[in-house]
Design a protein around this ligand. Structure first.
Ligand SMILES: *Cc1c(COP(=O)(O)O)cnc(C)c1O
Length: 375
């Protein structure tokens, strides 16, 4: 039996929407992008959303929006995809890592304050696997030191914790529609914010800093454009927006299916004494982006291969960022710099979790893993 690590949920309706764009004459950022942005902002409960080409771009654009660069420090987590720290590097600032909570893998809010220096400008938390960080605590520290919060919400468009929604307490939140994310256009991203000034900057910043969009030039009476500042080029096309537009209506239904599968995994896998599962916090809505198990470090790689040999798609989320060659060499990190993140990185395995998993596949994953993990 073969159980793919991930399958997307693109429907006939999504394909038809893309076809409408292709049959129109306007492929780049336009009406579909606008419709996507309005719907997405409404879903996450934010005043403004902007469609971009990736979450990596979203993070960089957010940092540039506040003018962060050389000499500045941004506090973030080593337990994330490299994109999180790379965005800080792109603008010339320094990512300063803070170790994570052992139970959830999220940045440990209680350790943030001790990492703050006079160069610190922002906190960049990641809602790991779909579970919200302690945003109330992070907001308190940020306010005390006048720092911005840029949320990496690549795993978490759905999350709520103790009544706090993703994007609610951050200044800008960044999302990904990469191939394996909860809704996807293969590649794609977005930002949300409640601040009109920030939105206006991001709106121009996603297209070089131009004050007129291609759609304006085309659909309205011609006006000359100007460029007031150096932006990026990362505006979402109508094609990507069309692919995402109707997926937004299905986010809750996808999540309910994944939640049910995750609960079955929880029961069946936590019965195995050699498997641990990251904590799911009470009073929280977990976005269930990834399902990870934790096994003994000395057999983790063996299990990865054994699961694969049995036809089960796997991944490792994540190898700690500070141990990547680039970061080790640039900043001199060594093993044990962030022991909790390193422990997760050495023991974690991600297993298939997506709405279209069948009963047969779920049972096969459970049985195979429990047969293989015996020490
Ligand atoms: C996927 C991911 C990103 C990058 O998203 P892209 O859209 O591929 O740029 C950033 N942060 C985290 C935590 C991710 O998982």
């Amino acid at each position: 039996m073969k159980v793919e690590f991930y399958k997307h949920n693109i429907s006939v309706e999504d394909k038809e929407e893309v076809l409408r764009v292709l049959n129109s004459f306007f492929l780049t950022t336009g009406d579909w992008t606008k419709r996507f942005e309005n719907k997405f902002a409404r879903y996450v409960g934010s005043n403004y959303a902007l469609g971009l080409t990736s979450c990596t771009n979203a993070l960089e654009l957010a940092l540039r929006c506040y003018g962060f660069g050389t000499g500045d420090e941004v506090i973030t987590t080593p337990m994330s995809f490299i994109a999180t720290a790379n965005a800080v590097e792109y603008v010339g600032a320094k990512p300063v890592f803070v170790d994570v909570e052992e139970t959830t893998g999220n940045i440990d809010a209680s350790r943030i304050e001790s990492a703050i220096t006079k160069h610190t400008k922002a906190i960049l938390p990641v809602h790991l696997y779909g579970q919200l960080c302690d945003m109330r605590a992070i907001r308190l520290v940020a306010d005390r030191y006048k720092l911005k919060i840029i949320e990496d919400a690549a795993h978490c468009i759905e999350g709520i914790r103790d009544g706090v929604r993703v994007s609610e307490l951050g200044d800008i939140a960044c999302y990904s529609f990469y191939a394996t994310k909860n809704i996807t256009s293969g590649e794609g991203g977005a930002v949300t914010t409640n601040d009109a000034t920030v939105y206006n900057w991001l709106f121009q910043g996603r297209q070089h800093g131009l004050n007129k969009q291609a759609a304006d030039r085309y659909t309205k009476r011609y006006e000359h454009y100007d460029m007031a500042f150096l932006g990026l080029k990362c505006n979402m096309s109508n094609i990507l927006a069309a692919l995402l537009l109707n997926q937004i209506d299905h986010i809750e239904e996808f999540l309910a299916k994944k939640e049910a599968i995750a609960k079955r995994y929880d029961v069946a896998l936590s019965a195995n004494p050699y498997i641990k599962i990251p904590a799911i916090l009470p009073n929280s809505k977990h976005a269930r982006h990834l399902y990870t198990i934790l096994v003994n470090a000395d057999v983790r790689d063996y299990y990865l291969h054994a699961f694969q040999d049995a036809g089960i798609g796997v991944a490792v989320n994540f190898r700690p960022i500070h141990l990547m060659k680039y970061y080790r060499e640039k900043y001199g990190y060594e093993h044990n710099s962030f022991p909790v993140a390193e422990k997760i990185g050495a023991t974690t395995i991600s297993i298939p979790l997506y709405p279209s998993l069948t009963d047969e596949e779920i049972n096969y994953v459970i049985k195979t893993i429990n047969d293989i993990v015996v020490r």
